[in-house]
Design a protein around this ligand. Structure first.
Ligand code: ZN
Length: 740
């Protein structure tokens, strides 16, 4: 691989592009190996230069469109695409024909775009469970320090402020809504994101600005709004792209009409592509083929020539340093990507090898890590076995040449290992949260034995290869989300996958969540337990397990697991704290529960889970008025369980009208909700309408509730109707659920 070159600090305003003349020598570059090699003196010079450079005046607009395959854009050759906005951006700027993301996942890939660092360096290795460490400078922190007004408008949870993406932004807008489609997660559509962005841009303020706008629409599930749904019937993914493109057009219209096209550098790219069934992968995250690694990348604005295509292979690690240079600023010394500007002028890009990784299978399914190394036209994908592709001849990566080219494989493998040693000098590890020594000691005392997941050896030999098992992951995604598959069939299929892939903790949690939904609590508990045996480093799984054990009345175990989970997370994990408080209330440790809840509400007075826990604590202490107040506040944020508990507290207070109102409100949004029916039936009986109430109770019983609490409420209802036999039957049913 190429020899590292020491960064020479220089005062360079990018010149107007001239594509004329013979290709020059490889352009000035940093090379991603430079990080360890930059002498301290050079860093000092760069920092000094950074400090004295005069104020830049150019704005920066960075747009990331999630899950956007390059070859589904008109300008990348898709004749059926409707992507006028991006096609005309390419016409007035530079298009990179071969841009690669180093990781096919939203959070890690965006961390790379913002920091100019490969994932082993910035440390964000998976969505949601990792956070970007503030010690890494981002485009936002660097530009804010240079006097920029900075704002981000993001479209989905994996790039939420909670995961470190907020740093450096004066404004961070993430007004997500929970999608009505199960499993789709919190997001907001492109029209809302663009509205928010335009609102901020239109407000009068001093230049310059840096705006990052993230559109999530092309991400699965593909559900474009009209008229795109009809126009793209049969290919809804392209409909989502057309919708996002049209919305982006509104932002570019503003840029033009406000005169800011002249002084704003615009970059549009994606965080990763989408497999769409190639290589047996449906979406993205698990595999490292070009379907998910290749991304569109377009640049336009001042210092960027029109209508230029760069054919050399580039990576999104190059994005941050290139943008900073286009603004007339120096990248931070830590950034190892190249400045791509010289390529606009026809200079040949140095043949920089590109690194990519997916730890998704390793961290979630205990499969091998996958790492890719692209050097020139050759690409190696290494896991528990190597695959080698010659990209110009075989862009679809269907003909593995590893067996024909053993020396090339060995050479590329050695280069990849050397690159890993430079990026992660102490060995590559993926750690989700900073565990304090005290937490570590507490974990040991709770019986914790080493991490097989994130804390373990990432390149552990002998693990199954994700390329051989991706179909299991895809199938689990489908059965977890699809509403048209009967629960029993989905559960049986999950069990079959868990048997076929016995070391896979994700298969076990899939079994657990489907069993829980089907009301088979012991099966769910056994699967959670097995999942945590396979990977103890999953506090979120442990937290679900602790809640389930509470539902099953296994309070001692619930308390133990939740205390364990608490030691694996930091104070930002509020949910585990609320859940532990709920269990402590039920075992009578009300003082400690009160302390935990108090801490949560001091920092976040409207936290619905803490408010619900507080309501249940007050109810347990007999402080019914206070309980009603807390539960009403929790119920206001659509917490169904809190509303049912509120109805029960009103019942105890003898306020039957209000109890009916709250139970009725649950039934309005969830008709047939058996627990709400049971509570309502009891109230109606207490109001003297025995037959009407019994009808409600029988309806609830016929629905065969899947939660013990609902059976307990039914028993109370039948008691109120003085039907002891039915009450006993319901108590037995609650017990049977707990025992499976
Ligand atoms: Zn993404």
């Amino acid at each position: 691989m190429a020899r590292p070159e020491v960064l020479k600090p220089r005062r360079e305003r990018p010149r107007a592009a001239t594509a004329s003349g013979p290709p020059r020598a490889p352009a000035g570059r940093r090379g991603w190996a430079t990080r360890a090699a930059v002498p301290i003196a050079a860093i000092g010079l760069a920092v000094a230069w950074w400090g004295i450079h005069r104020s830049p005046r150019l704005n920066l607009l960075l747009v990331t469109i999630d899950t956007l395959r390059a070859d589904h854009l008109g300008v990348y050759g898709d004749r059926a695409a409707q992507t006028r906005t991006l096609d005309s951006l390419a016409a007035r700027g530079v298009r990179f024909e071969h841009a690669q993301s180093p990781v096919p996942m939203t959070g890690p890939s965006h961390a790379t775009i913002l920091t100019g660092l490969y994932p082993p360096v910035h440390g964000v290795r998976d969505n949601v469970v990792f956070s970007l460490d503030p010690r890494h400078r981002t485009l936002a922190t660097l530009l804010k320090a240079r006097g920029y007004r900075t704002a981000a408008f993001v479209g989905a949870y994996p790039v939420a402020a909670a995961f470190g993406f907020r740093q450096g932004f004066d404004t961070f807008s993430e007004d997500f809504k929970e999608s009505p489609i199960p499993g789709a997660g919190a997001q907001r559509p492109a029209n809302d994101v663009v509205d928010a962005t335009l609102g901020w841009l239109a407000a009068p303020a001093d230049p310059p600005f840096f705006v990052w706008m993230h559109l999530y629409d092309p991400h699965a599930p593909y559900d474009p709004p009209e008229p795109y749904r009809t126009a793209f019937a049969g290919r809804p993914y392209d409909g989502e792209i057309a919708f996002a493109d049209a919305q982006l057009g509104r932002l570019f219209d503003w840029l033009r009409s406000s005169g800011h096209e002249q002084d704003t550098v615009v970059a549009v790219l994606s965080d990763h592509g989408e497999s769409l069934g190639e290589h047996r992968e449906v979406t993205h995250a698990v595999l490292l083929y070009e379907s998910t690694l290749r991304v569109p990348f377009l640049l336009a604005g001042p210092n960027v020539p029109s209508g230029v295509t760069v054919s050399g292979r580039v990576t999104t690690v190059d994005v941050a340093p290139t943008l900073l240079r286009l603004l007339g600023l120096e990248p931070s010394p830590e950034m190892t990507g190249r400045h791509l500007g010289p390529a606009f002028r026809g200079e040949r890009l140095p043949p920089e090898p590109l690194y990519a990784e997916s730890l998704f299978g390793r961290l979630n399914c205990r499969w091998s890590s996958l790492r890719a190394w692209t050097a020139g036209d050759w690409k190696l994908i290494d896991g528990s076995r190597a695959e080698l592709f010659h990209l110009p001849e075989d862009p679809g990566e269907t003909r593995d040449r590893a067996a024909e080219e053993p020396p090339r494989v060995a050479r590329m493998r050695a280069d990849l290992r050397a690159a890993m040693a430079r990026m992660a000098p102490g060995g590559d590890h993926a750690r989700t949260a900073a565990i304090t020594p005290e937490q570590e000691a507490n974990l040991k005392s709770l019986g914790y034995v080493g991490g097989s997941g994130g804390g373990g050896e990432l390149d552990e030999p002998g693990l199954p290869d994700p390329r051989d098992r991706v179909q299991f992951y895809e199938r689990m995604q489908i059965i977890l989300r699809a509403q048209n598959i009967p629960l029993e069939r989905a559960s049986a299929e999950a069990v079959a996958i868990a048997e076929a892939d016995p070391g896979n903790p994700f298969a076990q949690t899939t079994v657990a969540s489907l069993a829980y939904r089907a009301g088979r609590l012991s099966t769910a508990a056994r699967a959670y337990h097995r999942s945590l045996e396979l990977d103890p480093d999953r506090p979120a799984v442990r937290q679900n397990y602790g809640k389930l054990l509470r539902d099953m009345n296994r309070m001692e175990d619930s308390e133990k697991e939740l205390r364990f989970a608490l030691q694996q997370t930091d104070a930002s994990d509020r949910r585990t704290r609320s859940s532990l408080a709920e269990t402590l209330v039920l075992v009578g440790k009300t003082e400690e529960a009160g302390r935990l809840i108090g801490e949560l509400l001091r920092t976040e007075p409207k936290d619905p889970e803490a408010l619900a826990a507080q309501g249940r604590l007050f109810a347990a202490q007999g402080k019914l008025e206070e309980a009603a107040k807390s539960l009403a506040a929790a119920a206001a944020s659509a917490d169904t369980d809190a509303r049912i508990d509120l109805a029960r507290v009103y019942t105890r207070l003898g306020d039957h009208a209000r109890a009916r109102e709250e139970a009725g409100a649950v039934l309005t949004t969830n008709p047939g909700h058996p627990w709400a029916l049971a509570v309502l039936g009891q109230v109606v009986i207490l109001q003297g309408h025995r037959e009407e109430g019994l009808t409600l109770l029988r309806r609830a019983e016929a629905a065969r509730p899947r939660r013990p609490e609902a059976w307990r409420s039914l028993a109370e209802g039948f008691d109120a109707a003085r039907d002891g036999a039915a009450a006993a039957r319901c108590r037995r049913a609650a017990q049977a659920l707990r025992g499976d």
